[in-house]
Design a protein around this ligand. Structure first.
Ligand SMILES: Cc1cc2nc3c(=O)[nH]c(=O)nc-3n(C[C@H](O)[C@H](O)[C@H](O)COP(=O)(O)OP(=O)(O)OC[C@H]3O[C@@H](n4cnc5c(N)ncnc54)[C@H](O)[C@@H]3O)c2cc1C
Length: 445
């Protein structure tokens, strides 16, 4: 089989044994234990199709790899898989300015696609902290959320057409450019969020928006979570909200100190980054002061200052500073977020004194990120932390995965958010599209 793959893809496209790079071991979760048996790097859709047909014939398991920035272990081999990387299948093929769409290959890095859209006078409304490395195919496969969901929806809402290669090598191509298309089942939505378990995304048509004038950005200080909700409601009534990101005190304090930039010397109980498109931020902040909703605010005077606010929110340095950091990503009714955070903090600290527990995220999208690091981490402690956090989600009718997917460990908790009937329907879909079960086995369900 490896000889067949080598003959098909050539030495650059099929790395085996000691040539498989260490980077193929793990995504951004840093939880990967195994190197894949081979790293396949097809450069065309035809090569993806032929490589999958070979694997399918041999019953060879395949794990799909995009930019490897996922935080859920979805792109990691679990043992015995070959990895299929989309990195060489990259590039923007076309920007249709009349239709307002972009056609691109799945391995295109998000930031490259964003720049191409901007150069043509458009906004690509998908944006997340990993923009410099994550790929469009990975964004679609995880239905990535990110920083603009409150304004433009999740990735799936910006996908108009898709080309996908099925497990047996069949190419499904529906590169539709229109917003309206009611011809049969909408397969787009099946593949968006399928995390490489139903097919390999090779090409996409994405919706673009007019490039807005630079948004106004403020960093606000608030006393309690009730004020965060009131500020969100005021903002939604009076401005076009482009982003609304909240940080609990513990997160803001640590991330601010790690970035080395002092934004609020006295760390507030809650900090919110509020971005507004089309003006109106100043009057909103004045009203929020008068009504006692915020007690301090910084308004960015330049793009660089806005970037400083975002650097604290994105918190890239946390991963390196907290050993064994557990990143969870849950969805909750907004009204239950404060008591969720309080209860999870109390339960984790009771079991693991000295742990770091902090919360931040896309409150306007009902989405909370949870950052927990326990002293001397090990897999048992991680399971105990998952149980505390996910039991508290179930008790509040939330979802255990808002955007970061359902890695192998999360798979075991899926029953906290989905009914047995829903899980059975998912298994039936998987069996229909990948009857031999070769694509990303052990993931999602
Ligand atoms: C700093 C940072 C910030 C982040 N912020 C966010 C955020 O705000 N919101 C959010 O949702 N995520 C966020 N993430 C997580 C991650 O960046 C996203 O999930 C991203 O969409 C993954 O893209 P990727 O190309 O790196 O995919 P990978 O990590 O390579 O793969 C992710 C999953 O998709 C599958 N896959 C990849 N490419 C394809 C393809 N072409 N066809 C089929 N399946 C494929 C893989 O098998 C795997 O299951 C963040 C990560 C980091 C490191």
């Amino acid at each position: 089989m490896f000889q067949e793959l080598h003959d098909l893809l050539g030495p650059q496209g099929c790395l085996t044994g000691a040539d498989v790079p260490e980077a193929a071991r793990s995504d951004g979760s840093r939880s990967g234990q195994m190197l894949p048996l081979a790293l396949l790097r097809p450069a065309t859709v035809e090569q993806v199709s032929a490589a999958l047909a070979i694997c399918h014939r041999h019953g060879q398991k395949v794990v799909v790899q995009g930019g490897m920035t996922g935080l859920a272990g979805g792109a990691n081999a679990l043992g015995g898989e070959v990895a299929l990387s989309l990195s060489r299948l990259s590039g923007v093929e076309e920007i249709d300015a009349v239709q307002g769409v972009m056609v691109l290959r799945a391995g295109t890095v998000l930031e490259v696609a964003q720049r191409a859209a901007e150069a043509a006078g458009f906004l690509l409304p998908i944006d997340l902290g990993a923009r410099g490395s994550c790929q469009i195919g990975g964004n679609i496969a995880t239905n990535a959320g990110g920083l603009r969901v409150i304004r433009h929806g999740t990735t799936r809402e910006n996908v108009l057409g898709l080309e996908v290669v099925q497990a047996d090598g069949t190419v499904l191509s529906h590169l539709n450019r229109g917003v309206k298309d009611n011809t049969g089942y909408d397969l787009r939505h099946l593949f968006a969020g399928s995390e490489g378990t139903l097919g390999v995304i090779t090409r996409a048509v994405l919706r673009l928006r007019p490039l807005p004038a630079a948004p106004e950005t403020a960093l606000c200080a608030l006393e309690d979570f009730g004020a965060v909700v009131r500020l969100l409601q005021m903002a939604q009534r009076s401005v076009t909200v482009a982003a609304f990101e909240a940080m609990w005190r513990e997160y803001f304090a640590l991330s601010q100190s790690l970035t080395g930039k002092v934004l609020f010397a006295d760390v507030p109980p809650f900090a919110v980054i509020l971005e507004a498109e089309g003006g109106g931020l100043q009057p909103l902040l004045e009203a929020a002061f008068e009504e006692g909703v915020i007690f301090d605010a910084l308004v960015a005077q330049s793009t660089a200052e806005a970037r400083d606010f975002w650097a604290v929110r994105e918190g890239h340095a946390l991963d390196a500073s907290l050993r064994g950091l557990i990143n969870l990503d849950v969805s909750l009714p907004v009204a239950r977020m404060a008591d969720y955070a309080d209860d999870v903090t109390a339960a984790v600290l009771a079991q693991f004194p000295g742990a770091h527990v902090s919360f931040f995220g896309h409150v306007g999208d009902s989405n909370l990120h949870v950052a927990i690091a326990v002293p001397d981490p090990d897999p048992q402690k991680e399971q105990a932390v998952d149980r505390i956090a996910y039991d508290a989600v179930r008790a509040r009718g939330g979802s255990i995965s808002a955007e970061h997917g359902k890695r192998t460990l999360k798979r075991d908790w899926l029953g906290h958010s989905r009914s047995p009937a829903e899980l059975a329907a998912m298994r039936a879909i998987k069996a229909a599209l990948d009857p031999k079960g070769i694509l990303n086995p052990g993931k999602v369900i």
